[in-house]
Design a protein around this ligand. Structure first.
Ligand code: GAL
Ligand code: ZN
Length: 675
């Protein structure tokens, strides 16, 4: 797979520290205080101009750059780098006056209105034209401004709306399909239109999957998801290419939202290849008592779409957000713990939304680096102290995270599995990805994510938590991986359909029968709340599952667990198949956390991985530099101090003290040991 380039923000020597800065919401007198306080907090870079289109271009073709000139000069005078945005996520009111057709239309046929943000039909030529024009103006004016370190294109592509069902999008979809399939005959075959008499005889009859009386065509819906991703990515590339051409030398990024709960419509494997520097935004699910797992997973996914290279956390929050049902404040110390956990997993800094809390608008109850409470506040003190800590970590730049195993993840498969009329509403791809990720996190394994068609040879252990859709190429890849000595764990309801949501021929799981050495004769989902036990064939402790079981017929695989009760009582539940010099496990039920832990333990032993014995909630990740230096990050999520044994003596970077055989990580604290 291609990897993104990785130039760090231009001229930024330390780690990135700062946030979204919206000075346009404040009188200019306040700016002087801003930059003074930024200095006090150790801020090194701020993101500016993200929502400023209407202020920079108050009417079509008439520009007011004076305020941005003064702002960039001021930042530069204070040694603060600028991550300068193209404001194309918020077209101004005048744009919609002329082009109401650029407002996106929902599946139900309702058109969105102006007055929020992100109301964009990505197929609209008028939008593309206006976005290119303002991007060109910015590139020409600021491409050689000494403050500019990074281009921040748009904001969080894919949210709050991604797909549009208007006529312009329909025409664009037909062009996209024309390129993909060439002829209507091919399209009819790929979409399986013999079913329910959906056959097309004219291209004009082909439409986006708008509201239908009952389940729509799944292949059409899946292609629409792919089309939407491609249409949005094309708009990113258009801006990126303009910036590369008119302002060469400044890296281009856009902020992803890799947490699966936060943006569902983009295939970040594709996006990771198009940006110069991968950047991510992450927001905790505040009510989740173990929200640090979701953080770690998003960070690992971000690093993985960056091809393992360093990336940048462009937004997270200092405290509460404002858009969840109950916006819990962060606990003391959590701000630093979150930031350093991202850095441990490959981020080259920690940026926030936002610098100064807004007094008006929809986000006035969102936390900031400089809260409404001002500098006499816990958040401000923690912000200043984090700035000092990050200042001590500059030397970790460019070091790479060392991983033990890989989890397979494919956005296309997720899109497909989420469509209507699946065998059980309780089996959810994201839930399984979260659950298997948690099992590896609890086992203290550091994992990369990988696309199922990626080269996997360097991983002793590969887990597929949810790959309902699997291409022939992916199936071959996994077979080869196992035959060459790998240990593969496949979770239920994987390898079922091809890229058109068509069931692979023969018994399930068609793409994986051979490598797993079994067939699945029938799915056996459970009633809501029903649980089953799985008895170990060797007499070990039983496992528990809910929601999902299957009738598994081994064909070469050995049986490790059998269903003790439930619809498949007495039948195989977990199997292990020796193929070539490797092994493939199959888990046919939705196991609980203890069950997943047991399977991870068994498979790790096959893979030759020794699971470290560490305190339960101690997160330990290593980054290694080219010169051989290693940085061990230990983040303690527990309420008691933890002792981390060290392979070699080293130096703790945050306290600057030598550490001999072990380091004590205070409750809720972080330690970074160089050795
Ligand atoms: C992000 C967005 C920011 C801000 C933030 C609030 O998704 O990029 O502009 O809205 O959420 O949490
Ligand atoms: Zn549209």
């Amino acid at each position: 797979m291609d990897h993104p380039r990785y130039p760090r923000p231009l001229g930024l020597a330390p780690l990135a520290y700062g946030g979204d800065y919206n000075p346009e919401q404040w009188p200019e007198e306040v700016w002087a205080e801003d930059v003074r306080l930024m200095g006090e907090a150790g801020v090194t870079m701020v993101s500016v101009g993200i929502f400023s289109w209407a202020l920079l271009e108050p009417e079509r073709g008439s520009y007011e750059f004076g305020w941005l000139d003064r702002l960039l000069d001021l930042l530069h005078a204070h040694g603060i780098r600028a991550d300068l945005a193209t404001p194309t996520v918020v077209p101004p009111a005048w744009f919609y006056r002329d082009h109401p057709e650029a407002l996106p239309v929902t599946r139900e046929g309702h058109r969105h209105s102006f007055g929020s943000r992100g109301a964009i039909c990505h197929s609209s030529p008028a939008y593309q034209h206006a976005a290119a024009a303002i991007t060109e103006q910015l590139a020409r004016r600021y491409g050689s401004h000494p403050a500019v370190a990074l281009w921040h294109v748009h904001n969080e592509y894919g949210v709050p709306v991604s797909d549009c069902y208007c006529d312009e999008s329909a025409a664009h979809f037909r062009r996209w399909l024309g390129e993909r399939y060439g002829t209507l005959k091919e399209l009819n075959s790929a979409w399986g239109t013999a079913f329910w008499g959906q056959r097309y005889t004219r291209w004009d009859d082909v439409r986006p999957p708008r509201l239908t009386p009952t389940a729509g065509n799944p292949a059409q819906q899946l292609d629409y998801a792919r089309f939407t991703n491609d249409a949005i990515l094309a708009n990113f590339k258009r801006e990126r290419d303009l910036l590369h051409r008119l302002a060469p030398g400044i890296p281009v990024t856009t902020n992803f939202m890799t947490a699966l709960s936060q943006c569902q419509s983009l295939d970040y494997w594709a996006w990771g290849r198009e940006v110069d520097l991968v950047a991510n935004d992450h927001y905790l699910v505040a009510e989740d008592p173990r929200s640090h797992l979701n953080l770690a997973m998003a960070a690992d996914l971000t690093r993985s779409v960056a091809g393992g290279r360093p990336w940048l956390l462009l937004e997270h929050s200092t405290g509460a957000v404002n858009w969840q049902p109950r916006n819990l404040a962060k606990r003391p110390g959590e701000l630093a713990r979150n930031s350093l956990a991202h850095v441990a997993r490959g981020s080259e800094g920690a940026m926030f939304f936002q610098w100064r809390a807004s007094r008006y608008g929809a986000e006035k109850f969102h936390s900031a680096m400089l809260p409404h409470a001002g500098t006499s506040s816990r958040i401000w003190r923690e912000v200043v102290s984090l700035g000092a800590e990050l200042g001590k970590l500059a030397e970790i730049r460019d070091s790479l995270v060392r991983s033990d195993a890989a989890l397979l993840w494919d956005w296309e498969s997720w899109w497909a599995q989420r469509l209507e009329w699946r065998p059980s509403v309780d089996l959810d791809a994201r839930e399984r990805a979260d659950a298997w990720y948690a099992a590896t996190w609890d086992a203290h394994l550091t994992v990369d994510f990988a696309h199922p068609e990626a080269e996997l040879g360097r991983y002793p252990l590969v887990v597929a938590p949810a790959l309902y859709l699997m291409t022939e190429a992916a199936a071959r890849n996994l077979r080869q991986y196992v035959e060459n000595g790998g240990t593969l764990v496949v979770s239920c309801f994987s390898g079922i359909v091809d890229e058109h949501d068509t069931v692979h021929p023969g018994p399930h799981p068609g793409a994986l029968r051979e490598v797993l050495g079994l067939a699945v004769e029938e799915f056996a989902p459970l009633r809501a709340g029903q649980e089953v036990a799985l008895a170990a064939v060797d007499g070990g402790p039983a496992l528990r599952a809910d929601a999902w079981t299957e009738y598994v017929v081994p064909d070469g695989a050995e049986v490790l667990y059998r269903y003790a009760d439930g619809p498949a009582a007495g039948q195989p539940a977990v199997t292990r198949h020796a193929a070539g010099t490797g092994h493939a496990y199959y888990v046919s039920a939705r196991l609980d956390a203890a069950g997943l832990a047991r399977i991870v333990e068994l498979a790790s032993a096959d893979a030759g991985l020794t699971l470290p014995r560490l305190p339960h909630d101690l997160e330990v990740v290593e980054r290694a530099a080219e010169d051989g230096r290693r940085y061990l990050f230990a983040v303690n999520h527990a309420d008691t101090d933890a002792v981390l044994p060290l392979a070699a003596p080293g130096t703790e970077l945050l306290t600057g003290t030598p550490v001999p055989g072990s380091v004590t990580v205070p409750a809720g604290g972080t330690r970074v040991v160089r050795y």
